[in-house]
Design a binder for this molecule. Sequence first.
Ligand SMILES: Cc1cc2nc3c(=O)[nH]c(=O)nc-3n(C[C@H](O)[C@H](O)[C@H](O)COP(=O)(O)OP(=O)(O)OC[C@H]3O[C@@H](n4cnc5c(N)ncnc54)[C@H](O)[C@@H]3O)c2cc1C
Length: 400
Amino acid sequence: MTERVVIVGASVGGVRTAAQLRAAGFAGEMVLVGPEAADPYDRPPLSKQVLRGSWTPERASLGDPAHQWGAKVHTASAVGLDPARRKVELDSGETLGYDRLVIATGAAARQLPGPPLAGVHVLRTMRDCLALRADLARGGPLVVIGGGFVGAEVASTARALGLRVTIVEGLPTPMARVLGEETGRMLTLLHTAHGVTVRCGVAVEGLGGTSRVEDVVLSDGRRLPADVVAVGIGVTPNTSWLDGSGLEIRDGVMVDQFLAANEDRSVYAVGDVARWYDARLRRHVRVEHWTNATEQARTVADNILRPEEPIAHTALPYFWSDQHGAKIQLVGHVDPALATTVIEGDPARGRRAVIYHADGAVHAGLTLNWPRALGAVRRSLDNGAEVGGVLADLDALTGR
Ligand SMILES: Cc1cc2nc3c(=O)[nH]c(=O)nc-3n(C[C@H](O)[C@H](O)[C@H](O)COP(=O)(O)OP(=O)(O)OC[C@H]3O[C@@H](n4cnc5c(N)ncnc54)[C@H](O)[C@@H]3O)c2cc1C
């Protein structure tokens, strides 16, 4: 009988787990732990509406966990775990016992090496967002290091604010390692059409400036003038507090198909921190997308409440990104080694789809301004349809 659930990490994964537990009828005690637990917020608006200034920070709120879901809130960080004794240690000195523990500690933005310089930002927290926003108000120029989704969205928002923006990416195209070069070229065109300079295939050697950044030094010897630098070079899962716990950590908390981290299923993990065994793929994966965190929260809540009939987590990853007014959506497990077929939708509306496939089977699809095409790809992934069928569906959508 589960009487007390402790959730460590109070962002979308942790808060949604609390909400799902209550929605599914859990009447026991729920404790939410995290530095942001009293006032949790959503991250996607941090590179979009809040950064631009069209939303107040309050609009990104995920709710009031104490009031809405009756959670006890500890504004603290977990610093240790003893799964055998079922105890979590907090930096406040307190120790919390639990029947079930949910690890939802997410990930932290990677920093550039070297001493801190004013004007240089990462973007993960609301504090990061407001500091970057204040610096963008100085007028730029902005250099974005790393062409991933967060960096690309910062570039888009800064352009909308009127700044001169350059993206520097070491790979041949932005997102080449994740989405392949074809899609990377498509995203590059989107940026350049909106006035962003995209410098690919060149590394960053360092930053110039004494107390404030003045320029970005590239491996080809050039220096890009910069008043603000946004660093988007990926994230590291927040697992250091689990050192010595005995849980298996491999770039994330290793969990089984039910999202459980240990044999007796007293510890679960969700969201960016969880590397779970996807029974559909027959391997472990870790996904850094908002929808994944919310869907895993539902799976874990169900598995805590009905341990005799655990549900395997097999949801397909889904991601969206808003850049320069375009809606980018991705569904499925993408791999740059897969073959791609590009379908031109309505060019006037900027509609396009990239289908990732191998041996006739569809693995993923990315769409630009074309939600109906994404729906068709999703249906084909659910039904295990052949690539020919999806391409025919998309052709039908274009009226060809
Ligand atoms: C700027 C930005 C824009 C994004 N835009 C999109 C988008 O458009 N679409 C999309 O699909 N995804 C987007 N994402 C990704 C999405 O926000 C993440 O996948 C999601 O936030 C993951 O949620 P999480 O709860 O697993 O982890 P996180 O959001 O990382 O939250 C983890 C929480 O745990 C806390 N914590 C860490 N260590 C401890 C500890 N030791 N003890 C207690 N608490 C701890 C942290 O303070 C934090 O509150 C974006 C992310 C960022 C940063």
